[in-house]
Design a protein. Structure first.
Length: 135
């Protein structure tokens, strides 16, 4: 019975701890402005990623049909007229929107390169820090 009473008091004290007014110095402090800025930056990054992937894969048929048609023109006897191209910018057929697709591909490659560079720089910093502590 004594153990049940201690358990109930411990749970009650933990529940009341959520409503305490005093601040614990070990607890992290969050500034509402910083939290709002993080939310806005997250929405911007999600929007940019959505735009990038949509333009690369969906806009005017996406990049893959254009690559397939380009490969067929280069490696077979087909011509660009077989894929609906008559004259730029009026009737480009499957090649419609290639500028947007290639721009998105360039941004995608640039973003992936930047992330890889950031990762390798952080990895090298960790490696150097571990070598200093070992010595």
């Amino acid at each position: 019975m004594e153990q049940l009473k201690r358990l109930a008091l411990g749970l009650w004290g933990g529940l009341l701890g959520f409503f305490r007014d005093d601040e614990d110095l070990d607890e992290p402090f969050f500034d509402p402005v910083q939290l709002g800025a993080v939310c806005i930056v997250c929405f911007v990054v999600i929007g940019a990623l959505y735009w990038l992937l949509w333009t690369l894969l969906v806009y005017e048929g996406g990049l893959f049909p254009k690559l397939r048609a380009s490969a067929a023109v280069l490696f077979t006897s087909k011509t660009i007229k077989d894929f609906g191209y008559e004259r730029a910018p009026y009737a480009m057929g499957v090649f419609e929107g290639w500028v947007g697709n290639l721009t998105a591909l360039g941004f995608c490659v640039l973003t992936l390169w930047a992330l890889l560079h950031l990762y390798r720089t952080a990895q090298e910093g960790i490696r150097r820090a571990s070598q200093k502590t070992d010595a």
